[in-house]
Design a protein around this ligand. Structure first.
Ligand code: 5CA
Ligand code: ZN
Length: 409
């Protein structure tokens, strides 16, 4: 699949510092030490509905990771998937009486437009689950042949016992794992499983549903977690720097993905850090396609909202916080954007050399965007008060907020 166009990332004077970020598996802040090419996998959308503010907040967080790394003069190898075949997508297509491939294509196209408008940098590989199937089949066969997977009425399940590190990502207890498995696509009640939370690797073809050639597995379609593992291993290999997603992916998705990869390769870890963004709520509940309490990025754009204001609204919250979207959040962001634009439109202003370092320092400490925004606010306020005659300052401020936070002033 093709991704979306990259907005230009202005170069800044000097060099940024290494990113320290909260890793879910260790429960603390880790200093990432990527090689000259930092490797990141971020879980992509299941394209059965348009991009909502929750998605945008999560992709904004990982865009900051990429921008901080680019500022250290590294290259970034970024891979993202599209879950373009899965239960919720097929169910929505049936509900709406439309073809599931058309639905996936339409919503993925809209996602690309939203990401472009928000100046979120694209992955180098943007891979659909369907196009990954030829790579998934041999991996599932291998897991089965090594005894890490078993068959149940034609479906193939992964046995969580096959990974001695199972549980290291979430650290959840068995009861919580079971409940979340039921809520998030698993089938803990199905009789005959070795462990109730064992996830499906390959689902035998069902009447009326799409299926693909599975070689010795028989016709069927892939499970959810193995999709991301196959794509990540194919393009990044084991031990990449960051796996990212929202906190609702900690379990089962990222726990199971790590377990699949460890069992398959005999190597550890799958990712050096598992990084999770908080959940955005609307009217007191997590924004979710299944609940339907959504604010779509595309709808805001259609209403004439500046994408830079949407992005500033996301940046006003720390990425790990759970927060609530309201009209006031957007209003405040639009006002801040206005103040910043007015400040950089003057021919000169207070020196911004220290500001560049303040924004860098804030972001490299667990992506502290509220702190970064406050630093820019202070510069804009000094500018409004009429201090400074540095002719390079307004341009430097523009380049800083664009390069490090994707906001075009
Ligand atoms: N296709 C899978 C990942 S392989 C999936 O979870 N798709 S999704 O469309 O449901 O979610 C895409 C990303 O948005 C995930 O990282 C998810 O954690 C994140 N996300 C979903 N809802 C919210 C929300 N309300 N707030 C923040 N992030 C969210
Ligand atoms: Zn994923």
């Amino acid at each position: 699949m093709h991704a979306w166009p990259a907005s230009e990332v202005p170069a800044l004077p000097g060099k940024g510092r290494d990113l320290r970020i909260h890793d879910t598996a260790t429960g603390g802040r880790v200093t990432l030490d990527p090689g000259p090419v930092a490797r990141i996998y971020v879980c992509g959308i299941t394209p059965y509905d348009a991009t909502h503010i929750g998605h945008a907040a999560t992709y904004n967080a990982f865009d900051l990771v990429q921008r901080v790394w680019l500022d250290t003069k590294r290259q970034v190898h970024y891979v993202q998937n599209v879950t373009d075949v899965d239960d919720p997508l097929l169910e929505r297509a049936v509900r709406d009486g439309i073809d599931w491939t058309g639905l996936a294509e339409r919503e993925t196209a809209l996602f690309r437009e939203d990401m472009t408008a928000l100046r979120i940098l694209p992955p180098q590989q943007y891979i659909g689950a369907v196009e990954a199937i030829p790579g998934i089949v041999p991996i599932v066969e291998r897991l089965r042949d090594m005894g890490a997977a078993y068959e149940l009425d034609g479906d193939i399940y992964f046995s969580v016992e096959a990974d001695k590190n199972f549980g290291e990502v979430s650290h959840y207890d068995a009861e919580l794992m079971r409940r979340l498995s039921a809520e998030r696509g698993g089938d803990p009640e199905r009789p005959g499983k070795k462990n109730p939370v064992d996830p499906m690797l390959w689902m035998a073809a069902r009447e009326g549903e799409p299926s693909w050639d599975g070689a010795s597995l028989g016709p069927g379609r892939p499970g959810w977690h193995i999709e991301c593992v196959a794509i990540a291993l194919d393009h990044l290999g084991m031990g990449f720097d960051v796996q990212g997603g929202g906190s609702d992916l900690i379990f089962p998705h990222h726990e199971m993905g790590a377990a699949h990869a460890h069992a398959l390769t005999g190597e550890h870890p799958f990712a050096k850090a598992y990084v999770h963004a908080g959940m955005v709520a609307l009217h007191g509940q997590k924004m979710s396609k299944s609940k339907g309490n959504l604010v779509f990025v595309s709808a805001l754009r259609r209403d004439g909202v500046d994408p830079a204001a949407i992005r500033l609204a996301l940046l006003a919250h720390h990425y790990r916080a759970d927060w609530e979207w309201t009209d006031d959040v957007l209003q405040e962001a639009a006002e801040r954007l206005g103040r910043w634009r007015a400040a950089v439109s003057r021919p000169d202003g207070p020196s911004a050399d220290a500001l560049v370092e303040e924004v860098r320092d804030a972001l490299c400490e667990d992506l502290d965007t509220p702190k970064a925004l406050a630093a820019v606010d202070r510069w804009a306020e000094r500018q409004r008060a009429g201090g400074g005659t540095d002719e390079g300052a307004p341009g430097l401020v523009s380049r800083t907020v664009d390069a490090l936070m994707g906001v075009a002033l």
